[in-house]
Design a protein around this ligand. Structure first.
Ligand SMILES: [Fe+2]
Ligand SMILES: [Fe+2]
Length: 193
């Protein structure tokens, strides 16, 4: 399995500087969130290091890369914006030697979210949205919520993502809708108890 420094060397070589620096901020935010929620900090950092590692590929390359791997084939027709997460999960497993299913899930679902995603995946999804350089309406509320309650933060974060996707006329991956409804029911049920 690749060490953090091997992954660092790979992404520094392949990603543009801005994307590389974003990755380092997501690593930091993931480690902090994992620690706040009593999760494995090392696993959170590892997933964050790899989450955007295939972002340098063009859309056609990503589709080809996914189609050429049995474990990625079913995801090769997803919307352009989310392909890099699925490609990164395949790369992490086949090239970087990551076998931990939680780390792979966190990488795979970092853009779409998914119903039933594990807590580590919630941490990386949220860290990607709230890393210190991000700035959008609602970010301070999302940062606060992320530190307190991962499921409520996921619901709020997915609502923000969906509004953005609709406003900008982008295709919505079905898993993002499933994830949003999943967290809506989860948070509502909890409030009613
Ligand atoms: Fe990403
Ligand atoms: Fe990212």
């Amino acid at each position: 399995m690749w060490t953090e420094s091997e992954i660092d060397a790979y992404i520094r070589k392949h990603l543009k500087e801005g994307r590389y620096l974003h990755t380092l901020r997501v690593v930091k935010a993931s480690g902090e969130l994992a620690s706040l929620h009593g999760l494995d900090v090392r696993k959170a950092r590892l997933a964050a290091f790899l989450h955007d590692c295939q972002k340098f590929r063009r859309e056609s390359d990503l589709r080809e890369y996914l189609s050429s791997h049995p474990e990625g084939r079913r995801d090769s027709n997803r919307p352009a914006e989310v392909l890099h997460g699925f490609a990164a999960a395949v790369f992490s497993e086949t090239e970087a030697g990551i076998s931990d299913p939680e780390v792979l899930d966190a990488i795979r679902w970092h853009t779409t979210g998914a119903a039933g995603m594990c807590d580590l995946a919630k941490v990386v999804f949220l860290a990607d949205m709230i890393e210190e350089d991000r700035d959008f309406k609602g970010i301070e509320a999302l940062r606060k919520l992320s530190g307190k309650d991962l499921d409520s933060a996921m619901l709020f974060g997915l609502d923000l993502s969906l509004s953005y996707l609709i406003r900008s006329g982008k295709y919505i991956d079905p898993d993002t809708l499933h994830a949003r409804n999943h967290f809506l029911v989860l948070v509502r049920d909890r409030m009613e108890k």
